[in-house]
Design a protein around this ligand. Structure first.
Ligand code: SF4
Length: 196
């Protein structure tokens, strides 16, 4: 009797809330933004509450499919994972990030703090895989009382823009010094409007 050919290992899947090309709000330059579905944090004032439900009827895709969509863009040089909570789907996003680097700079938002992710990684190895696969981590929940419209790439001033490799190497949160992320003065704020 003929045996079926062994199939390739099944690719991991990503529950997708949305995908944007040419974004300018979630990191420097033109970027693709992968919005994942499902978030456990439920921050009051969240801009994307439709992404909270882990069981919502959304598109389910693969890292390979997203890589194809990203590579179809002409001008985008960065990719940002947003949400939802990217670290709730860490292995599939780590697969995608590994496919994309070093050609693209890869950033991820998270509602966890960096310290919280290190703790989570003790029981979920995928969390460490994703941390190791990205360049920038914008960490922490959105806190309405600390919201500030002049912040670069952040909603509230408790959030930090971290150099992920340096933070892992030092075992503590290390802010990025990349002026593309934090501005030439390193303050990660946009200039306030000038008085006329
Ligand atoms: S972590 Fe982000 S997506 Fe989740 S509730 Fe907070 S602001 Fe919304």
């Amino acid at each position: 009797m003929e045996r079926p050919a062994p199939s390739a290992a099944a690719e991991r899947t990503i529950r997708l809330a949305g995908f944007d090309r040419d974004g300018i709000a979630d990191g420097p330059g033109l970027r693709c933004v992968v919005f994942v579905q499902g978030c456990p944090h439920h921050c009051p004032g969240c801009q994307n509450p439709q992404t909270w439900d882990f069981d919502a009827d959304v598109e389910v895709t693969t890292p390979s499919d997203l890589r194809r969509r990203i590579e179809e863009t002409v001008l985008d040089t960065g990719v940002t994972f947003s949400g939802g909570e990217p670290f709730s789907q860490p292995d599939a996003l780590a697969d995608l990030a590994e496919m994309l680097r070093p050609r693209y700079d890869v950033a991820s938002y998270t509602g966890y703090t960096f310290e919280g992710l290190l703790k989570l990684a003790e029981t979920k190895p995928g969390v460490m895989r994703l941390l190791r696969s990205i360049d920038i981590l914008v960490d922490g929940p959105f806190v309405q009382a600390r919201a500030d419209r002049l912040l670069l790439f952040r909603g509230s001033n408790n959030q930090r823009i971290l150099d992920a490799p340096a933070s892992l190497a030092e075992g503590r949160a290390v802010w990025t010094r990349d002026p593309a992320w934090v501005g030439d003065d390193g303050l990660a704020r946009v200039a306030p409007p000038q008085e006329m």
